[in-house]
Design a protein around this ligand. Structure first.
Ligand SMILES: [Mg+2]
Length: 236
């Protein structure tokens, strides 16, 4: 069966992003911005706890957004309407400053546009722990924000997250494609490659170290681009 759909992870796949730098900077800025609701030094722990709770969500009736906000509002003792304008202004006014910590991955835009021009359906299968307003900016930072992706997974839309294999099943279902007709490209063996394989997806493991590869198909994003251009994806 030919591949018709290609799914890309975002962080450290299309976007070079040092989580060790990005996450503390993000939490520090968010905590300052929301400090009217709780002591700023408490907020990172609350956000991480509620994120962990969201990651355990396994209820197809509950979005990740709901799974995060339920404990978040309870812990802060606020209503959604009280805090939401502040969360929105954070993402509109403060979050853009984090762009300086990331850069586009080499050949990311080239390989996505090459695939789209060749008729493939392309989606961004980023771990849906963030709101659309954040993911859109990260796509811009990766240099692909203007491209016509068939799907970008966000916390508002999705009901599961990586490494839950149901996240990949839901993504395939939203795209209307069978696993054997799709390829997942990602850098994280535990979150991208193994769970994608477990539901039957083809995988390309983004890694510079072949001995650590969890997928027969592996290499850098530039290697993937060369491989696609050589007609190997079409021949899979
Ligand atoms: Mg990643």
């Amino acid at each position: 069966m030919p591949i018709t759909h290609v799914l890309f992870d975002l962080d450290d796949t299309l976007l070079k992003n040092s989580t060790q730098q990005f996450l503390p900077a993000y939490l520090r800025l968010l905590s300052q911005h929301l400090s009217r609701f709780a002591p700023a030094e408490m907020i990172p722990m609350i956000v991480m706890e509620c994120t962990a709770e969201m990651q355990t969500n396994n209820d197809p009736e509950v979005t990740n957004f709901e799974a995060f906000y339920r404990p978040f509002l309870a812990q802060l003792g606020v209503t959604f309407d009280e805090i939401q304008p502040w969360v929105e202004s954070f993402y509109l006014q403060v979050y853009p400053s984090l762009k300086e910590l990331v850069e586009p991955a080499p050949h990311g835009r080239e390989v996505v546009t090459y695939l789209m021009d060749a008729g493939y359906t392309v989606a961004v299968a980023t771990n849906p722990l963030f709101p659309e307003i954040a993911v859109e900016q990260r796509l811009d930072w990766a240099g692909v924000g203007d491209l016509p992706f068939a799907l970008v997974t966000t916390m508002e839309e999705m009901h599961f997250s990586k490494p839950n294999p149901r996240y990949f099943e839901e993504t395939l279902s939203l795209l209307g494609v069978s696993a054997e007709n799709a390829l997942m490209v990602g850098d994280d063996p535990e979150r991208d490659i193994l769970p994608a394989q477990s539901v039957g997806l083809h995988t390309w493991h983004i890694t510079e170290n072949a001995s650590e590869a969890e997928s027969p198909l592996h290499g850098t994003l530039t290697d993937f681009y060369q491989w696609v251009k050589a007609g190997k994806l079409a021949a899979l």
